[in-house]
Design a protein around this ligand. Sequence first.
Ligand code: IPM
Ligand code: MN
Length: 352
Amino acid sequence: MKKHIAVIPGDGIGPEITTEAIKVLDAVAHAYGHEFHYTYADMGAIAIDKTGNPLPEATLKASLESDAVLFGAIGDPKYDNNPNAKVRPEQGLLAIRKALGLYCNIRPVKTFDALLHQSPLKEERVQGTDFVMYRELTGGIYFGEKKLSEDKNTASDLCQYTRAEIERIAHKAFAAARKRRNILTLVDKANVLESSRLWRRVVTELHEKNYADVKLEFLFVDNAAMQMILAPNQFDVLLTSNLFGDIISDEGSVIGGSIGLLPSAAVGDKHALFEPIHGSFPQGAGKGIANPIAMILSAAMMLTHFDMDQEAAAVATAVDLALATGVCTPEVFPENNYSTSDVGDFIAKNIA
Ligand code: IPM
Ligand code: MN
């Protein structure tokens, strides 16, 4: 198969981990007879520095014309602590999600047996954790009307959802549950928020009409945050709105012991983007200590999106082998001294 991939390395450690993911994709192309064509583009702080725009036209064009976008990381400390900054790197990511219609963010949380001892939680609690979060990504409070009063002393962000926005991601989440353990948990704050009550109504109706075979459960987001610590292995598919999903996916990402291991996908009806869950880790940039596995597994999710299931499985197997044999960066195996590129080399070499 021939695929056109827009590659956006981004900021901080983004470029280093992207190099490793491309290494692995090239190994897959070689082993399975595919042709991957890459178009490189800028987004985030690097794009602001070069063009003044966090999402330059050329990047958007390359992304719209691609079969998929592979994206590294975004963010730079020089913007983080400046509430008055007019342009921010993150605006690039939010704009590309909106422009490509990537309303469905899929974030799997899976523990690796070889790393259970790394978890901040007790091993017996995290063992067997394997759930996936479906986070709405182009609506809610992230994109609602923002207001700041003239005297700058009052501010608000509107959290608005429509039935259509809820239905389209709920369809995807129910379908995912059917292919897994058949349980969908809607995470909301329906005891307080009108928008959450709309989510409950719409999801319940859809369940009765189309997905009655799936077990549907409800959890308030505060309780969900607690349950994810107490017994993360109870969940199968979690469905939630944009902001709640942002927060609980960071919580979920460390259950397995390193935030450097978890990939994600953002999909819509026409386009798809794949990126690790972690940020740009600016303190680690250029040191060869960034864990490329989340990025490599994001590339594997892209392969699944291309219907290359065998290829994706080959990447996952090579990653498992790396972790089982101690080939990972210092935050996972401090004693072993493997660099970002060592890990990428090992995984690429082990693509069957
Ligand atoms: C994420 C990030 C983004 C978000 C930021 C960088 C805008 O935290 O992908 O989770 O809040 O969605
Ligand atoms: Mn986040």
